[in-house]
Design a protein around this ligand. Structure first.
Ligand code: PEP
Ligand code: MN
Length: 356
């Protein structure tokens, strides 16, 4: 950290800053320039970060040089991590397809959608049983019966699944059945939920908030990591901008930026970002080209009667193109399409998530 003093700061002002730093157990190096003095801080930054240095007399600015997150930073862990969900990996060598219905609506719909997902090459299924909806009058998800339907479908198809948990009170129930827990965009800064989810012992899919900066998003991941759980995958799902032609604006830059800061895998959600079926495959191409470790895609057998997000769901006719798009672009990016690795199976694949 660097403290920049104002032009007119006195020696007393400078001494006060130096004293506060040394009291906090650090070292302060003073560089007196012709017009301004700069103080470099060395030591345990967690102590300095708590000092109200901005409020000290004569201080113009306090600049953080190192990253505010530690556990998820690639300073701490230079090799990109691979997160295992059951026997399916998400990491830097492969492109992972996660697919399924936005919401579980009926048994038939969940089964059909998950079958479509598997046929498209998905190695992890998705589906919402607890839905965070903008309107309280919209379908809120089936809750635990929906979770049971999804679990039964996923077990029949021999694939793990990810599902959203919206409140700390449901974490235990969801973690007992799901292979990966999703924290949705609207809950990215629900710090209590982040901690509970972290402690549940499951891999976590952390979506970026609608108006969250990349730093805020990675700090949210740090909350999960603080519980001792480093099985975290970041998901860029579009951010809110002034553009109304798409549901959200997919921030493709977030992929290389997050990769330059954190060792965590990062995937893209082209369904919730574009919000329209015809945008999903082009956004998948962009995602893989920019270096994403995977994509999470909505599919639905009858989107015209879907209770949630029908317009963005891929349909049966899209399944082959989805599979081919992922395969071609993964190859062009020098990666393999992720496959389920039953070799790795411990015999209890639904319970075997870990981080490499
Ligand atoms: C979802 O994945 O179903 C969802 C609600 O996504 P988001 O939190 O990104 O809006
Ligand atoms: Mn949705």
């Amino acid at each position: 950290m660097v403290v920049v003093m104002r032009g007119g700061a006195s020696d007393v002002d400078i001494d006060k800053v130096v004293h506060a730093i040394t009291e906090a157990g650090g070292d302060a190096f003073v560089s007196r320039g012709k017009h301004q003095t700069i103080i470099g801080l060395v030591g345990d930054l967690t102590h300095f970060a708590e000092l109200p240095l901005h409020a000290f007399p004569g201080v113009e600015d306090v600049i953080r040089v190192s990253k505010p997150y530690k556990l998820v930073s690639n300073d701490a862990h230079p090799r990109p991590s691979t997160v295992w969900v059951g026997d399916s990996a998400i990491g830097r060598d492969t492109v992972t397809l996660i697919a399924g219905p936005c919401a579980v609506e009926t048994e038939e719909q969940a089964r059909e959608a998950c079958r479509m997902a598997k046929e498209a090459g998905a190695t992890i299924l998705r589906g919402g049983a607890y839905k965070p909806r903008t309107s309280p009058y919209s379908f809120q998800g089936l809750g635990e019966p929906g979770l049971d339907l999804l679990q039964a479908t996923a077990r029949d198809l021999q694939l793990p699944f990810v599902t959203e948990v919206v409140t700390p009170a449901d974490v235990e129930t969801v973690a007992a059945k799901a292979d990966m827990l999703q924290v949705g965009a609207r809950n990215m800064q629900n710090f209590q939920l982040l901690k509970e989810v972290g402690m549940a012992g499951r891999p976590v899919l952390l979506k970026r908030g609608l108006t969250a900066t990349i730093d805020e998003w990675i700090m949210a991941a740090e909350y999960i990591a603080q519980t001792g759980n480093l099985q975290i995958v970041l998901c860029e799902r579009g951010i809110r901008t002034y553009e109304p032609m798409t549901r959200n604006t997919l921030d493709v830059s977030a992929v290389p930026v997050a990769q330059s800061l954190s060792h965590l895998p990062i995937i893209i959600d082209p369904s919730h970002s574009g919000g329209r079926r015809e945008l999903v495959l082009p956004l998948i191409r962009a995602a893989i080209a920019v270096g994403a470790d995977g994509v999470i895609v909505d599919v639905h057998p009858h989107p015209e009667s879907a209770l949630v997000d029908g317009p963005q769901a891929l349909v049966k006719e899209d399944v082959v193109r989805l599979r081919e798009t992922v395969a071609r672009f993964a190859e062009a990016a020098g990666r393999d399409v992720a496959r389920v690795d039953h070799e790795r199976s411990t015999g209890a694949w639904g319970r075997s998530a870990s981080v490499l």
